[in-house]
Design a binder for this molecule. Structure first.
Ligand SMILES: Nc1nc2c(ncn2[C@@H]2O[C@H](COP(=O)(O)OP(=O)(O)O)[C@@H](O)[C@H]2O)c(=O)[nH]1
Ligand SMILES: [Mg+2]
Length: 428
């Protein structure tokens, strides 16, 4: 494998106090020597005057990591310069002149993978951590980065063991095998399948933590959706506020509620219309509803039908005093006076916590791992169904082990690898 020398800015772009530039390659000792102009040991931070001939590039901190004790498993140098764009550019120019090239996104991690420093589940976890904007995302991602591989590895080893016993039943006399081995491996296979199905069942919740819990406000025009949207937003921390559309379009905002990422969408009112633009808005409303984890259905009419499973029914404009009946299946609000807003937010929070609280230690499943876990569960199901046909059982359990092997990258096609590493940004 070709470990040519690559470099990238590992810290964020833009003006900052300190920038971290990472370099990876084979035998970077001579480069470190030249850049620092001094004798050095590995894994020690040196404050140096970084010169290119007469030009003092910057005063910076340099650290040399000798293979294999580095992020990539190759030699690595980290330079902490002042975070000015001009300094960073100057260091890049220097490095190019010394035969290094800019790394592609995820290239450091790719090297770490090939040098057995990370498996693909670790890369998924790292990608999730780098994306984390909220406390819950951080907790889920750090857990995934440090723990998911062990879980997959344990499953895979157990499968290989089961397959080996199943094959042994065919080859050895009963006396040479543990008692009831047939029942034992059947039970183990069934338990493994249950565990994997349990992990799969948390997919929607894991996705909601990672991508955001989708809440959408729907209802007819003029019931007060946009007013409620502003009230909800006003009471919470907006992370990014985007799409300042008209009420005909969907307006979305990203918030942090109790450490969870929440995508709140205001939508066009749903009604019959001949206006083409308005119709487009209404079509988008239907898309939002389809993707929603929670629908806030807003009405002003006390006689509205009961909410369905993923809805909260909001009867707004309670300040207008229409002699409401105090329905137990709805929340009465006034976007004007704020009456009922606390109750509404409590109800929203309850829904979020019910769905997502169990995900802190759940496997962080993404589309790739979800499909492979599904295959593994199917193969284990087929293994159980094989009954005392042990050669068939062994084959299905072996296939399940291969499915999990693909999750870890032990067995993998290159497209999968490319997709996994390209989630990462430059410098990782
Ligand atoms: N009295 C009263 N008026 C409200 C309330 N909420 C909204 N409105 C008014 O109702 C009208 C429509 O509100 P808007 O939020 O634009 O409704 P949307 O079409 O559903 O987005 C505006 O004039 C608001 O000021 C409320 O709780 N009480
Ligand atoms: Mg509106």
């Amino acid at each position: 494998m070709n470990n040519d020398t690559i470099f990238a800015l590992s810290s964020g772009r833009g003006k900052s106090g300190v920038a971290v530039i990472r370099i990876a390659g084979d035998d970077l000792g001579p480069l470190f020597s030249e850049m620092s102009g001094r004798a050095f040991d590995a894994r020690r931070a040196y404050m140096v005057n970084f010169r290119d001939g007469d030009d003092l590039i910057d005063q910076c901190v340099m650290i040399y990591f000798a293979a294999p004790h580095s992020f990539t498993g190759t030699d690595v140098i980290e330079i902490q310069t002042h975070g000015a764009p001009a300094v960073i550019e100057r260091v890049f120019t220097y490095l190019k002149a010394h035969g290094a090239r800019m790394a592609t996104p995820g290239e450091f991690s790719r090297r770490a993978f090939y040098n057995n420093k990370m498996d693909l589940a670790d890369v998924d976890g790292l990608a999730a951590l780098l994306d984390a904007q909220t406390e819950r995302q951080r907790r889920q991602a750090i857990h995934a980065m440090t723990g998911d591989s062990h879980q997959y590895d344990a499953w895979r080893r157990e499968m290989i063991e089961i397959a080996a016993y199943a094959a042994a039943i065919l080859d050895y006399a009963d006396d040479d095998l543990p008692a009831n081995i047939g029942d034992v491996i059947h039970n183990k296979t069934q338990n493994l399948r249950d565990e994997i199905m349990g992990a799969i069942s948390r997919y929607a919740a894991v996705r909601a933590v990672r991508g955001g819990f989708n809440i959408v406000l729907v209802g007819e025009t003029n019931v007060g959706k946009s007013s409620l949207f502003n009230r909800i937003l006003g009471a919470n921390r907006a992370i990014v506020s985007d799409v300042p559309g008209t009420t005909r379009d969907v307006v979305g905002v990203t918030m942090d509620i109790d450490g969870y990422l929440v995508n709140l969408a205001d939508t066009a009112g749903i009604r019959e219309t001949t206006d083409m633009i308005e119709q487009m808005g209404i079509d988008r409303t239907h898309d939002e509803i389809a993707a929603a984890d929670l629908v806030l259905r807003v009405v002003t009419d006390d006689m509205a039908p009961s909410p369905s499973q993923n809805e909260i029914l909001i009867i707004n404009k309670s300040d207008l005093g229409r002699g409401d009946r105090g329905r137990g299946d709805a929340i009465y609000t006034s976007a004007k006076t704020c009456a009922g807003m606390d109750q509404l937010m409590d109800a929203v929070r309850r829904r979020m916590h019910d769905m997502m609280d169990a995900t802190d230690d759940a496997l962080v499943i993404n589309a790739r791992t979800h499909a492979l876990l599904g295959d593994a569960a199917d193969n284990l199901g087929a293994a159980v169904a094989a009954g005392d046909n042990y050669d068939i059982m062994a084959e299905h359990v072996r296939r399940a082990a291969d499915d999990v092997g693909q999750i870890l990258g032990t067995i993998n096609p290159t497209e999968v690898m490319d997709a996994t590493f390209s989630q990462l940004c430059l410098g990782k």
